[in-house]
Design a protein around this ligand. Structure first.
Ligand SMILES: CC(=O)N[C@H]1[C@@H](OP(=O)(O)OP(=O)(O)OC[C@H]2O[C@@H](n3ccc(=O)[nH]c3=O)[C@H](O)[C@@H]2O)O[C@H](CO)[C@@H](O)[C@@H]1O[C@H](C)C(=O)N[C@@H](C)C(=O)N[C@H](CCC(=O)O)C(=O)O
Ligand SMILES: Nc1ncnc2c1ncn2[C@@H]1O[C@H](COP(=O)(O)OP(=O)(O)OP(=O)(O)O)[C@@H](O)[C@H]1O
Ligand SMILES: N[C@H](CCC[C@H](N)C(=O)O)C(=O)O
Ligand SMILES: [Mg+2]
Length: 482
């Protein structure tokens, strides 16, 4: 590709540099090789402009920046929004994506909805992929993830690989960071989804309104006018979300008890499954959802809405819900004690999620609900006492432990949770906490190990040690049975 092929995104017309050969695109100077266009982004830790000379020294074809940078031996192209220019350039450079793509946003449920939508498509007979927190899942591919919404360059490289491999349908998570940082701006989306809004990322967004506005970029900046917006209707933030989608000229399709597109008429919860009656277009469907947690009904309805609104027949989509598998680490039953007490691993690491997961298991627990959890270091400090209070209110035994303390002092994080959790037990070592909790289980009890879900590491300082809640729960169950 020549630099001129990025015309319309970058101001290259009529410049001598338009004929330069472009061999790649990067926002990290350390990755620059000869011919790469380097995008200097103003970040949270560094300003990419300071690395422009480094990029030029490594052979960058051109530098794209928000302001002119003097004294460089390569052309500097000034654009208003370098992150947007990066995303659009990456899309054009890689040039292919699965034909039908949807994105889902919301505080909780994104990973589940992305995974469920992929499964509905698979059952409809499409080659489908999902992209998000737990990684990339596609035919013959299951890569462990890191970011919920990948960086634009990684994202478009991935989308091209998927399209080249024959994937026609892909669902992805749109995190508020990703939306705010324009990571998805180059993706052609056919539909968007919204699950709910609660407290999250208050270390990044100044207010919850700002957080909601970032999420609404999916509807008002990314989706084309007239595209379907599938919105969960039973959340306190549903009304402002519907309003934003309508204002953006989208085709609003609501799902849930208050939904018009898919209306949940009745639901009977059982411990490991739930039976729902869903009305669509005046027809009643009985759906037997093989998943625990009443919130999974909401996620399943948003997923069905996304699949239906992009072409899957209603009956097929609703039937597919009967075969759904939960995303790894989302109210994931890892095992039971000999007396039948279940142990679940769950990714609840924010207040609403913890509240939901604890409330979900209560009706099936004749004994005690026991929860093991902690809060991540270098993340929103305000959620710590809130989660302490929720755990104390909804569980009978609360064990506060460590969850990726990162650069913080673990005791300080625990103390902030414990301040709002009178009577809680403090066991810093997560392995010990899990083993003690499993040892405590009686018949009728339920144990939830929350916060890490699918994660495979514990980050202490700058080091990540291998750690898996699944492995520790299994080991503790074996030890107990011995
Ligand atoms: C806080 C945050 O969101 N950071 C993201 C942001 O980085 P940044 O722009 O702030 O980076 P920075 O370190 O300040 O550096 C600025 C620029 O200088 C460049 N640089 C830096 C050093 C150097 O030698 N040369 C160089 O060119 C960097 O590549 C960068 O372009 O933009 C980068 C490019 O898109 C992201 O990779 C990075 O995600 C970091 C790794 C991260 O941890 N993000 C998390 C918080 C996140 O995004 N989470 C969400 C939500 C999670 C969820 O709830 O599920 C997600 O979508 O995963
Ligand atoms: N619809 C929902 N409503 C409330 N809580 C939910 C819902 N769906 C999932 N949860 C809770 O949130 C946790 C994370 O779910 P999931 O991974 O699907 O959401 P996410 O939005 O992708 O989260 P993250 O932003 O952390 O990746 C689950 O383990 C469960 O505790
Ligand atoms: N994507 C989220 C995941 C948090 C998971 C929890 N285990 C923690 O480390 O706080 C984050 O990085 O903030
Ligand atoms: Mg996720």
């Amino acid at each position: 590709m020549k630099l001129r092929d990025l015309a319309g995104i970058l101001p290259v017309e009529g410049t001598a540099s338009a004929d330069l050969e472009v061999t790649g695109i990067s926002s990290d100077s350390r990755q620059v090789k000869p011919g790469v266009v380097f995008f200097a982004l103003a970040g949270t830790k560094a300003d990419g402009a300071t690395y422009a000379a480094d990029a030029a020294g490594r052979g960058a074809a051109a530098i794209v920046a928000g302001n002119a940078i003097a004294g460089l031996p390569v052309p500097v192209l000034a654009v208003e929004d370098p992150r947007l220019a990066l995303a659009l350039s990456a899309a054009r450079y890689f040039g292919r994506q699965p034909e039908t793509m949807v994105a889902v946003t919301g505080t909780s449920g994104k990973t589940s909805v992305a995974a469920f939508t992929r499964q509905i498509w698979e059952q409809t007979g499409y080659a489908a992929a999902s992209i998000g927190t737990t990684g990339v899942v596609a035919p013959g591919r299951n890569d462990y993830g890191s970011l919920t919404t990948p960086d634009p360059v990684a994202l478009h490289q991935l989308l091209k690989e998927l399209a080249d491999a024959g994937v026609t349908h892909a669902s992805m998570e749109a995190s508020s960071h990703g939306l705010d940082q324009r990571r998805l701006d180059g993706v052609q989306l056919a539909a968007g989804g919204f699950t709910n809004l609660g407290r999250d990322h208050m270390d990044y967004h100044p207010t919850v309104e700002d957080y909601h506005r970032a999420k609404m970029r999916l509807f008002d900046a990314l989706l084309p006018k007239g595209a379907p917006a599938v919105i969960f209707a039973d959340d306190p933030w549903s009304a402002p979300t519907i309003h934003a989608a309508q204002a953006a000229g989208l085709d609003v399709l609501t799902v849930g008890r208050h939904g018009d597109f898919l209306r949940l008429k009745r639901v009977e919860h059982e411990r490991h499954r739930q039976r729902a009656e869903v009305e669509a277009d005046g027809v009643l469907y009985e759906v037997d959802l093989p998943l625990a947690g009443d919130f999974q009904i909401s996620n399943a309805l948003v997923s069905a809405g996304l699949a239906i609104s992009t072409g899957t027949p209603v009956a097929k989509a609703l039937m597919a819900l009967e075969k759904l598998k939960g995303a790894p680490g989302r109210l994931d039953l890892v095992g039971t004690t000999a007396q039948g007490a279940p142990v679940y691993v769950d990714y609840a690491h924010k207040p609403d999620a913890l509240e939901n997961v604890l409330a979900s298991v209560r009706p099936f627990t004749t004994g005690r609900v026991i929860v093991v959890f902690g809060c991540g270091g270098d993340r929103d400090r305000g959620k710590r006492p809130i989660m302490g209070e929720i755990a104390t209110r909804l569980a009978d035994v609360v064990i506060v432990t460590d969850d990726n303390p990162r650069s913080e002092v673990p005791e300080t994080i625990r103390a902030a949770i414990l301040a709002a959790a009178p009577g809680a037990i403090e066991i810093g070592d997560r392995r010990q906490a899990i083993h003690d909790a499993v040892a405590m289980l009686h018949a009728g009890d339920t144990l939830i190990v929350a916060g890490k879900g699918h994660e495979e590491g514990q980050t202490i300082g700058s080091e990540t040690l291998h750690f898996s809640d699944h492995e520790e729960v299994r080991a503790a169950l074996v030890e107990r049975a011995a």
